[in-house]
Design a protein around this ligand. Structure first.
Ligand SMILES: *Cc1c(COP(=O)(O)O)cnc(C)c1O
Length: 368
């Protein structure tokens, strides 16, 4: 590693990339992987069948480039979201990370800022770096909430070209009221700022009707980003998407790579959407496991944040790194997001959550 780092240093890297670290959630093979907020329930066999059949069929046409505008997938995504959206409002890419990258490529860039509210998704600063956009780390209240006045004031102060609101927020799990999104959009409208609401975890919210999709009408610079990686249990397929005014869709076609969404990805995503009932059937159980984690951590005297997602962020630990290591030694991988005294755990299956709680209870006294 040292040798390769030296070799890296000798390369003519961009100055702003020198000394930087890549996104690095550990990938460790353990019995209980609860660190990257996947849907850990096994894929329903009928969905595996449907995807296999769709991909087999797509394989017969792989000598040709795929549909560059993937209208069938966009129409299926619009139908899934409802809200009167059509394929003209939808766009997809290889994960919502690529969606966000494309948005920053179009609306960010040199001399422009992107504002988000910390702590939040660790990819935002990295996407800003990659697109040469200045990242502005905004603030939340001490309990990680963000009210309309606090958010709008920071938007007016920093005048970012793009504001990213993550709701429910990663790593805290907290959702934003629609009044916050409205206030941020109004503040950003004073200088034509774009507002992105990253709703990667929307399906797990206690009130899933409370989505920024309901605010799209009449807001031409509002973008709502979603993913099939979490509730849809399709993290490995890499499918993210957004809904916005048709002009925003036209704008990202300026920067997307031609044929960025492979025929296999399109086929797999379409098959998954056709079988969404089977895939989304586990969402209710995941919500129950999340609420079970929050309840038990509270009983244990820890401080779990209120969660509308499929994970729980908790404090009240003295030695969070030590506890993370204890759990790993028991085969339970959770997430240390680098905030002292706090850890994040994904709500998995009932058995996985039981294993996490048993390990936690065995080691907590030494680490609190
Ligand atoms: C997991 C996650 C995503 C999803 O990324 P994909 O590229 O779609 O897998 C997006 N935003 C947040 C906040 C996430 O936690």
């Amino acid at each position: 590693m040292t040798d390769s780092l030296d070799a890296l240093d000798r390369l003519p890297l961009r100055d702003d990339l020198r000394g930087r670290s890549p996104y690095g959630a550990p990938m460790i093979d353990v019995p209980y992987t609860l660190n990257v907020n996947e849907n850990t329930h096994p894929m329903p066999p009928e969905v595996v069948e449907a995807i296999t059949e769709a991909v087999r069929e797509a394989a017969t046409g792989l000598n040709r480039y795929p549909d560059r505008d993937f209208r069938e997938l966009r129409a299926a995504l619009a139908e899934y979201l409802g809200q009167g959206l059509t394929e003209e409002n939808l766009w997809a890419a290889n994960g919502s990370n690529e969606i966000l990258q494309q948005i920053l490529q179009v609306f960010g860039g040199p001399g422009r800022r992107v504002l988000s509210f910390m702590p939040t998704y660790s990819m935002y600063p990295l996407l800003a770096l990659g697109t040469n956009t200045e990242f502005v780390p905004g603030e939340r209240s001490a309990d990680y909430s963000l009210d309309a006045a606090l958010a709008a004031e920071q938007v007016r102060r920093h005048r970012p070209a793009v504001t990213i609101l993550c709701s429910p927020n990663n790593p805290t799990g907290t959702a934003l009221g629609l009044d916050v999104i409205e206030a941020v959009y109004e503040a950003a409208s004073e200088f034509d700022g774009v507002v992105v609401v990253d709703e990667a975890y929307a399906e797990f919210a206690r009130d899933p009707e409370d989505t920024a999709l309901t605010l799209l009408t009449g807001r031409e610079r509002l973008i709502v980003s979603r993913t099939m990686s979490k509730a849809f249990a399709l993290a490995g397929a890499r499918v993210g998407y957004f809904a916005a005014a048709p002009a925003v869709v036209d704008a990202v076609t300026l920067v997307r790579l031609p044929y960025h969404l492979s025929a296999i990805t399109q086929a797999a995503a379409l098959a998954a959407l056709r079988h969404r009932e089977g895939l989304l059937a586990n969402v209710e159980d995941i919500r129950r496991q999340r609420d079970r984690i929050v309840a038990r951590l509270t009983e244990l005297g820890l401080e779990p944040a209120s969660s509308d997602s499929n994970f729980v962020f908790f404090g009240g630990v003295r030695d969070s790194r030590g506890l993370w290591e204890d759990l790993l030694a028991d085969g339970v991988l959770i997430r240390d997001v680098g905030i002292a005294g706090r850890l994040r755990v994904t709500a998995g299956t009932e058995a996985e959550v039981s294993a996490f709680l048993a390990s936690l209870e065995a080691h907590l006294e030494n680490r609190r």
